[in-house]
Design a protein around this ligand. Structure first.
Ligand code: ATP
Ligand code: MG
Ligand code: MG
Length: 352
């Protein structure tokens, strides 16, 4: 059979690997840690770093298609893979655009898609101009490598600016105006090789301390907002000549106006509910797309709430999993730390 190569060893890679195995593929994981959630369920595993071009080339040459479960794959890795002739899906441009918050916002702006007001902050001297553009409150974020709200500082008033900047330890940053959103939603969409696109129903997301807590479907939004969000996700997919699943996060303002917060060129935490509530999961959909198959109908048969199981405060996982209509997934992480995603549970209700 064909072999799917996945860069990255986290829970998203693990769930992709399981979905690929379900469809009869072999799976080869590439990541630096053999104890990672994905490595443990894959048939083949390469332990090496993302800057090891020779190892990357051997890995890519041994598989039929390469994909990734995190967006911080360096450009040099994408180039190493390209040298082997094995396709990288989604492609290098999707990585380049989404791994830097500034590049991402400029890309969206060029497409006519609204974001939070923003300004790059390359040095302390740039802070004043930045807050003039964004206003206060604002959020200062590192341009790269942030996730689960890490590398961010909220600025509530003028005297917090210097402290916020210091907390990022000189990393290139971006100042974002704080969007007074009424709710947050995300659209998980997919595009296949021939350009066909399909989207899941938008999820309504609640974050606490910068970390996703729950995704509820359907989101409480108007039909117009629903369609507009889906159209935006499809515009992004088309512009990137994308193959695979993407996650696009939105702020919804009281007026219904949408601003894109960020996008992830991969399967997304706010799409985990698709495993139990839909005909096809985001993981299976991604594998179908990158393998060159046609997409499956992402129709949803149930309403649901997905809840992340975070850190050490959840110790009754087995009990949760034994509840009726509660579907438990654990990631097999060796160590529970505060703020670490250990698993999730999706609770289903009949479709309203
Ligand atoms: P993820 O784990 O989703 O990749 P991240 O670390 O990239 O998270 P963001 O998505 O940028 O972080 O921000 C996390 C959350 O913080 C958002 O979902 C939102 O609730 C809040 N937030 C971020 N930026 C803004 C903003 N400009 N205005 C208002 N709220 C914001
Ligand atoms: Mg992010
Ligand atoms: Mg986010």
């Amino acid at each position: 059979g064909s072999t799917i190569g996945i860069l990255g060893g986290g829970q998203l890679g693990r769930m992709l690997a399981v979905a690929a195995a379900k469809l009869g593929f072999h799976v080869h994981i590439y990541c630096p840690d053999e104890k990672s959630p994905a490595a443990e369920v894959a048939r083949d595993f390469t332990k090496a770093g993302y800057d090891d071009d020779a190892a990357l080339e051997r890995f890519a040459a041994s598989v039929d298609v390469v994909t990734y479960e995190f967006e911080n794959v360096p450009a040099s890795a994408a180039e190493a893979i390209a040298r082997t002739g094995t396709p990288l899906r989604p492609g290098a441009r999707a990585l380049e655009v989404s791994q830097d918050r500034l590049t991402e916002k400029k890309f969206l702006k060029d497409l006519g898609i609204d974001t939070a007001p923003f300004m790059p902050v390359a040095s302390e001297a740039a802070l004043g101009v930045a807050t003039e553009v964004t206003g206060i409150p604002a959020i200062l974020k590192t341009r790269r490598f942030g996730y689960d709200g890490k590398g961010q500082a909220v600025i509530h008033d003028e005297d917090e600016v210097a402290e916020a900047y210091a907390s990022l330890k000189g990393a290139p940053a971006i100042m974002e105006g704080f969007v007074p959103f009424e709710r947050e939603i995300s659209v998980i969409a997919a595009r296949e090789l021939n350009g066909t696109m399909m989207a899941y129903d938008p999820a309504e997301n609640v974050h606490r301390d910068g970390i996703l807590r729950t995704s509820t479907v359907p989101a409480e939004i108007s039909e117009e907002t629903w369609d507009r969000a889906t159209d935006i996700a499809c515009d992004i997919l088309t512009e990137l000549d994308y193959v695979g699943v993407i996650g696009v996060e939105f702020f919804v303002e009281k007026s219904g106006h949408l601003r894109v917060n960020e996008m992830a060129p991969r399967v997304h935490n706010s799409g985990h509910w698709t495993v139990e509530a839909c005909h096809v999961s985001q993981f299976e959909q991604h594998i179908r797309a990158i393998a060159g198959w046609s997409l499956a109908d992402p129709v949803r048969h149930s309403d649901c709430v997905m809840e992340n199981l975070i850190g050490k405060d959840v110790d009754d996982w087995q009990t949760i999993g034994s509840e009726r209509d509660a579907y438990l997934t654990l990631y097999g992480k060796k160590e529970a730390r505060n703020g670490r995603k250990m698993g999730h549970v999706t609770r289903l209700k009949p479709r309203s």
